[in-house]
Design a protein around this ligand. Structure first.
Ligand code: SRM
Ligand code: SF4
Length: 551
């Protein structure tokens, strides 16, 4: 058997994810923490980072890197009531760069938190009943769920599963409370025995998403485990279960690949949580613990074979999965503007460019959302396309929310954005992401502004072509599941992938290597020209690319 990776040793030696974090925090000489603790704090929802824009300048001055931390909240299904929004906003102002960054998994990250500010940040979260437990690390991550209340009469019931699953798969260690909130140390270790994660946790991160057809807004097939709600006569019956989704690849490593999850059957409501649990234990016991590049569930599934994997899950469950129930996805878009849910409550989907909630010279988005939260007349829901929904607005409160949305030009901003902008995603990348090879969220808006005239020229500006960009092949903005995907290879250079479908059921294929902006625009212009002339009525860009075998 191959040797376990170094991280495996760190997890086991971490004493329930405590490591030497307390010692690292006390060390005032550096803004960083000890090497092994960098892996351990991930399980508490934090990453050590540094400002990459300032590396050179600081190196010239012989200064240490400008270290700080990113903290990611745990918000199953991306739900946030107004008082929690206010608390998060205040924590962002007091301890971070101030930018509230909505992620592609429906939660929020705060960046630039100095080491000495981590505990106060966590403490202010805790006062508001917020936490960051298990949002990173080799463990189940933030569970995503279809966002739009109008999708189904039983949206709330489906939605509740995001929370149930999150609770089911929480680690048992109390280290988070001990380290960050100064709670008493556990004396009897039996109290935190963890039958699910044991002391080794999972071989790699684990992601679960829930979708409600016909909208695949949660990009369900990109998850390690995807659940597709089956609703009959306005009643939630159960879920189709899909396993083995995951997008990351590594440039130059042919063993790595993106994969969409395979549907393996159907579980009624009384069985679905058991299935979820045993999919996780199967990955725990069969996943690759020596090569982290090949450790995600997708590789376990392919190594074992889908039938063997399914049989193992069924054996552990003590029952078999039923046959997959029929379902159809027709879209993957957020429904912008005002909509009424089946529960008669109203909601407004706000376009947030690349998920960055901030005030700038053009738009006071952050103040607007804070003022809306202060009314207490709504909840908030984050979408997997990095937008925010002002949700659960009563008929009698709608005018007050509308007034604020108008006053702060949120409606103008949302309605004014092009369709390709509103369907796009870019990951964080520079300056905080240590793995970025190229820009993403700081660059995509300007690139799209150059692509918009091309879509107009070829009369396809009424198409919601899904365009996504990431600064490296890890795929945090899910570029391989886009109709047009840009994957950073070096400064200013991107692989161009085309041919994914609009609703997220087919991956794209790499078309060109390392294009600069000029070549991106020329290449896209050529493709748009052919698309305009040769598509059949109603044919989507990605489908056209595949039918015409352009890639
Ligand atoms: Fe991601 C690592 C940001 C969604 C695949 N991701 C990172 C790190 C933490 C970099 C690092 O390891 O130090 C990035 C932090 C950047 C920063 O400065 O904030 C980062 N990932 C993000 C977010 C914030 C992108 C965004 O702009 O929204 C998303 C946070 C989601 C969340 O709330 O949990 C984010 N990451 C994703 C997704 C998309 C998804 O899950 O829907 C993927 C592809 C799907 C998948 O997992 O297969 C993704 N991130 C990765 C990977 C590759 C994992 C692998 O299988 O190899 C890494 C690198 C790693 O884990 O080693 C990574
Ligand atoms: Fe960083 Fe790469 Fe993820 Fe973008 S895709 S946030 S560059 S790890």
């Amino acid at each position: 058997m191959s040797k376990p990776s170094a991280i495996e040793g760190i997890k086991i030696a971490s004493d329930g994810l405590r490591g030497s974090i307390n010692e690292s925090l006390k060390d005032e000489i550096t803004g960083a923490i000890r090497e092994d603790d960098k892996a351990v704090i991930k399980f508490h929802g934090m990453y050590e980072q540094d400002d990459r824009d300032r590396r050179e300048e600081r190196a010239e001055k012989k200064l240490d890197r400008l270290y700080s931390f990113m903290i990611r909240l745990r918000l199953p299904g991306g739900f946030l009531p107004p008082e929690k929004w206010i608390a998060m906003n205040n924590a962002a102002d007091e301890h971070s760069t101030g930018v509230i960054k909505i992620t592609t998994r429906q939660t929020v990250q705060l960046h630039g938190i100095l080491k000495s500010h981590i505990k106060p940040t966590i403490s202010s979260f805790n006062e508001a009943n917020l936490d960051s437990i298990a949002t990173c690390g080799d463990i189940n991550r933030n569970v995503t769920c279809a966002s739009h209340p109008k999708q189904s009469a039983v949206h709330a019931e489906v939605f509740a599963y995001a929370d149930k699953i999150s609770q089911l798969l929480m680690p048992k260690t109390k280290a988070y409370y001990e380290i960050w909130l100064d709670e008493e140390k556990i004396v009897d270790k039996k109290e935190e025995e963890d039958p699910l994660y044991l002391d080794k946790y999972l071989p790699r991160k684990f992601k679960i998403g829930i979708a409600i057809p016909p909208n695949n807004d949660s990009d369900v097939f990109t998850n390690d485990l995807g659940l597709i709600a089956i609703i009959e006569n306005n009643e939630l019956k159960g879920f189709n279960v899909a396993v083995g989704g995951g997008l990351s690849t590594t440039h130059g490593n042919a063993e790595t690949y993106a994969r969409l999850a395979t549907v393996i059957g159907y579980a009624p409501l009384d069985k679905v949580l058991k299935v979820v649990y045993e999919v996780v234990t199967t990955q725990r016991d069969f996943g690759n613990r020596s090569d982290r590049k090949l450790a995600r569930l997708k590789y376990t599934v392919d190594r074992m074979g889908i039938d063997h994997f399914k049989a193992e899950v069924e054996k552990r469950c003590g029952f078999t999965l039923d046959d997959t129930k029929p379902y159809t996805f027709t879209t993957r878009s957020d429904y912008y503007g005002w909509h009424q849910g089946e529960n008669n409550l109203w909601y407004y989907t706000v376009f947030v460019e690349n998920g960055r909630v901030l005030d700038d010279e053009k738009l006071a988005m952050k103040t607007a959302l804070l003022e809306i939260a202060k009314t207490g007349k709504c909840n908030f829901l984050f979408t997997a396309t990095q937008n925010v929904i002002v949700a659960d607005v009563k008929e009698e409160d709608k005018a007050a929310i509308q007034l604020l949305l108008e006053q702060f030009k949120i409606i103008e901003h949302t309605e004014g954005a092009s369709l390709i902008k509103k369907n796009s995603i870019a990951c964080v990348a520079l300056p905080t992401c240590p793995l970025a090879l190229a820009e993403a969220q700081r660059y995509l808006p300007s690139l799209l502004e150059k692509i918009e005239p091309l879509t107009k020229r070829y009369g396809i500006d009424d198409e919601n072509i899904v365009i996504r960009m990431t600064g490296c092949p890890n795929g945090c903005g899910r570029p391989y599941a886009a109709e047009i995907g840009f994957v950073g290879t070096g400064p200013g250079l991107y692989n161009l992938h085309i041919g994914g479908d609009n609703q997220g059921e087919r991956l794209n294929i790499k078309y060109k290597d390392s294009l600069d902006e000029k070549n991106i625009l020329t290449t896209l212009e050529g493709l748009f020209a052919v698309y305009k002339n040769e598509r059949v009525k109603g044919e989507r860009f990605g489908d056209f690319v595949m039918r015409r075998q352009l890639v």
